[in-house]
Design a protein around this ligand. Structure first.
Ligand SMILES: [Zn+2]
Length: 410
């Protein structure tokens, strides 16, 4: 058993309890958490390590949405417009896929690890990233993705998808959890979406989907108008919207769903999401780069929909460092009080993210929970504890150490 002592322990529990001069005693699980003198006294045989001054211990950061298969992109894809970006992804995807070798995957996974992401959700379109995700030190929820709208292709797509899912299940473990992903309402035929959703319901699997990411998607779904019409005709001359937004949301009843983006949702759609067993993954940088609107956090907060954080892939981000994403959010959501927002974002990046990915035992620091935690050293002392979440987001790039099931990986 080990004991880590730090100036601050941020538990990320519902009360957002912060323990000053705290300690955590742990093996694979957390044995005791509290004031350092009490924890040390109660566990006399544990090896004690006192972290540097101004240290913080907190739960693992969770990146709920990343596409590793596009990690080779730096300046290849087109930003500034969702449809132009999508066209460039289709045009360049084979080149990007080929140029992401094992080292490219490892670098992406390492970047997340160094920033304290010990849990992530990877969306896989082709299964090329599977081995790297299996070997990753982190806990990985592996979302097998389905998409395709042409009726003639349905059987082939289903067949290939089932094969990928089956393969991922061969490697299922505590740290590699297969899950399902429906690409989006504009791209996935109802027969394919229903096939995947039925699988999720039957086997109680986590499911996720992009939803109402751009105004182009909004216009297409609502009115069959806008830039999407021309774009989708490349794939299907007779393309028309396959669902209304409400019909699409209804499909996910009785599922555990992670909706990604949702930044073009109306209040009514958020009300509907609030009735589902659902989370929303906020990918701010991706939304900004593709000129998509800012997520309405106020509406999400009012409806008590739990928010979590995603970096999206390097296909629409310059970084997989989750602190870059959080800093962006602090500066973008100017309608919210910055101190309250910082606290809200830390909960989103830890507890809500772990819960969204079905890893409830890693969600916050408490006796009996998994010893999945990170340590961070702040550059100076923070006198006022109310400032701590904000200072942490402003000043953190890399963590000092990271523990997964009590073993040190960073
Ligand atoms: Zn995405």
């Amino acid at each position: 058993m080990k004991i880590l002592c730090a100036d601050y322990i941020i538990t990320c529990n519902d009360n957002f309890d912060i323990i000053r001069d705290g300690a955590i005693c742990f093996d694979k699980k957390i044995v005791q958490i509290g004031k350092a003198n009490e924890v040390i006294q109660n566990n006399p045989y544990a090896k004690v390590k006192r972290l540097s001054p101004n240290s913080v211990i907190m739960p693992s950061m969770v990146n709920t949405h990343v596409h590793l298969e596009f990690s080779a992109n730096k300046t290849t894809l087109i930003y500034g417009d969702f449809i132009k970006w999508l066209q460039s992804v289709i045009e360049k995807r084979d080149i990007l896929k080929k140029s992401c070798d094992v080292e490219c995957y490892e670098n992406a996974i390492e970047q997340m690890l160094e920033s304290g992401v010990l849990i992530f959700g990877a969306v896989s379109s082709f299964g090329e990233d599977m081995q790297s995700c299996i070997k990753a030190p982190q806990k990985v929820v592996y979302f097998n993705e389905i998409l395709g709208s042409h009726p003639d292709m349905i059987d082939d797509i289903k067949f290939n998808f089932d094969k990928r899912v089956e393969k991922s299940f061969k490697f299922k473990s505590d740290n590699f959890i297969p899950a399902l992903f429906v690409h989006a309402p504009y791209s996935t035929h109802p027969l394919l979406a229903k096939h995947v959703i039925n699988l999720a319901k039957r086997d109680n699997l986590l499911i996720s989907t992009h939803f109402l990411e751009s105004m182009a998607e909004r216009e297409w779904i609502d009115k069959a108008e806008g830039d999407f019409g021309e774009f989708l005709k490349i794939f299907n001359k007779n393309a028309k919207p396959m669902y209304s937004s409400m019909e699409y949301l209804d499909l996910f009843k009785e599922c555990k769903t992670l909706f990604v983006h949702t930044n073009c949702c109306t209040d009514k759609e958020y009300e509907k999401i609030a009735t589902l067993d659902a989370y929303i993954s906020h990918c701010l940088v991706s939304n900004r780069l593709l000129n998509n609107p800012l997520l309405n956090l106020k509406s999400i907060m009012q409806k008590n929909i739990p928010l979590c954080i995603g970096t999206d892939g390097l296909s629409s981000n310059f970084s997989l460092n989750i602190w870059d994403e959080l800093r962006g959010m602090l500066f973008a959501h100017t309608d919210l009080d910055i101190l309250k927002l910082a606290k809200y974002l830390l909960i989103a990046a830890t507890k809500n993210g772990a819960n969204a990915l079905g890893l409830k035992e890693s969600a916050y620091l408490k006796e009996g929970k998994n010893a999945d935690m990170i340590t961070i050293v702040l550059p100076q002392k923070v006198e006022d504890i109310e400032q701590l979440p904000l200072e942490l987001i402003l000043h953190t790039n890399k963590v000092k150490s990271g523990y997964i099931d009590g073993d040190r990986y960073v």
